[in-house]
Design a protein around this ligand. Structure first.
Ligand code: HEM
Length: 404
């Protein structure tokens, strides 16, 4: 496969949307981490770990891919070399505006994190647990007694409702949010114009919502952020908008993807499902393994501020570098049998939530949402299977048939 990919790269190496590429960049591997490329991504990781742990890909204007845990940790902690500007998201989420705090380097990052962290402490997130159980149960009631139902709705709506209510996103617009997330996160690699149109709508929506909360504050995150103090200054409307946009795209789809992939796996592994049903206290450990082995955030980008060498490969200032978290999470130097999904894995130092200054702010929330969603689902359906074949990734239907 490597040889074939190298050939195809050789043919296309010089032209990408009219831009001169970097034919001299080597080693090369035509790595992609979106769309149908996810079908074979775990095979790609294996090949790259064995043959070219640091390599050049021609996709999205060209980037270096780091696949080893050690290299990615170095890049995560060295923001003077590996900047998050202009954006960690490759290709963009339909916008050229920075996502705050994701696309901001230290030291400016620190102020934003200080403002946001109090909203995501374990204690604050524990307080959301009763409502999370209630929402999960209500959603399961909606599909009760159906022979086959689409569990992707459950996967998406648990985090959308829990986080949406907490942030103060009007939940009567949930169906619209769902469509925007799909257009921004998933459609962008096929047709950037869809993502750009959706992003413009989301910014308009939040502009109005922020103005409304300024006039009439509530008990929600948006209202509280409007009062927050960033080194003696209130957040501007633009900063508020860029924070809301990130919370919107980061808070909904990632957790939805994790619930979905866990149900997808359990539907095909009756023994693993039976073990969790028999002892639900094993769910949190299983969640960590789903995050490690099948994380919905497979990779994020940095841009080199200066020339550097990593993994023995020389790179130039201005080049993009993709940190393949999904590959690090299957690094054979770190994990035994990395390609096996072991729900009771004892040592699991994965980086599904990143690792450095930008480590995910929502991990306390995400873990709780996934745990509760799984707990309620398997309590209601101790046996179930896939009613239609489905890939591990994706946004479409996840048809589940309960076994009575
Ligand atoms: C399973 C679910 C989730 C996964 C796998 C995930 C993953 C990630 C990753 C990989 C990063 C970048 C870290 C880095 O570059 O080192 C990140 C950043 C972030 N995530 Fe999550 N995330 C999840 C859920 C959430 C939720 C529910 C929220 C809700 C608020 C959230 C908010 C954020 C924010 C605000 C950042 C930016 C942090 C910064 O730049 O300082 N995430 N997440």
């Amino acid at each position: 496969m490597l040889a074939q990919r190298r050939d195809s790269l050789h043919d296309r190496a010089h032209i990408n949307k009219g831009k001169i590429m970097h034919p001299q960049r080597t080693p090369r591997f035509s790595f992609d981490f979106h769309g149908s490329s996810l079908d074979t991504i775990f095979d790609d990781y294996q090949t790259m770990h064995n043959q070219c742990p640091v390599s050049w890909s021609e996709h999205y204007g060209g980037f270096w891919t780091l696949t080893r845990m050690e290299d990615i940790r170095v890049a995560e902690h060295d923001w003077d070399t590996f900047s998050v500007a202009p954006s960690m998201i490759l290709p963009s989420f339909g916008t050229d505006r920075p996502l705050i705090p994701l696309d901001i380097d230290p030291p400016e990052l620190t102020g934003y994190r200080q403002i946001l962290l109090p909203f995501f402490t374990p204690k604050r997130m524990d307080a959301l647990l009763p409502r999370t159980h209630e929402i999960a149960n209500d959603l399961l009631d909606d599909v009760a007694n159906q022979d086959v139902f689409d569990a992707s709705v459950y996967s998406r709506m648990v985090p959308a409702m829990v986080f949406g209510e907490y942030c103060g996103f009007p939940m009567q617009d949930a169906a619209q949010f769902d469509q925007w997330v799909e257009d921004i996160v998933f459609a962008r690699t096929d047709d950037e114009t869809i993502a750009r149109a959706a992003a413009a709508d989301v910014y308009d929506y939040f502009r109005d919502l922020i103005a409304q909360r300024r006039r009439d504050p509530g008990e929600d995150v948006i209202s509280a952020l409007l009062q927050a103090d960033n080194r003696g200054q209130k957040l501007t409307d633009d900063e508020m908008l860029d924070i809301c946009y990130l919370l919107f795209v980061a808070g909904l789809e990632t957790t939805a993807g994790t619930i979905r992939v866990a149900l997808w796996h359990l539907a095909q592994e009756p023994e693993a499902l039976a073990a969790l049903v028999a002892d639900p206290s094993r769910i949190p450990k299983a969640t960590e393994e789903f995050l490690r082995a099948l994380s919905p955030v497979q990779a994020m980008a940095r841009t080199l501020k200066v020339d550097t060498t990593i993994g023995g490969v020389a790179m130039k200032a201005g080049e993009r570098v993709v940190l393949a978290f999904g590959a690090a999470n299957r690094d054979p130097e770190v994990f035994e049998c990395p390609h096996d999904i072991q729900l009771d894995r004892s040592s699991n130092p994965h980086i599904a939530f990143g690792a450095g200054a930008h480590r995910c702010l929502g991990s306390n929330l995400a873990r709780r949402e996934v745990n509760v969603a799984l707990q309620e689902f398997i309590a209601r359906y101790p046996k179930f299977e896939l009613a239609e074949p489905t890939t591990w990734h994706g946004v479409g239907r996840l048809a589940i048939r309960p076994i009575l």
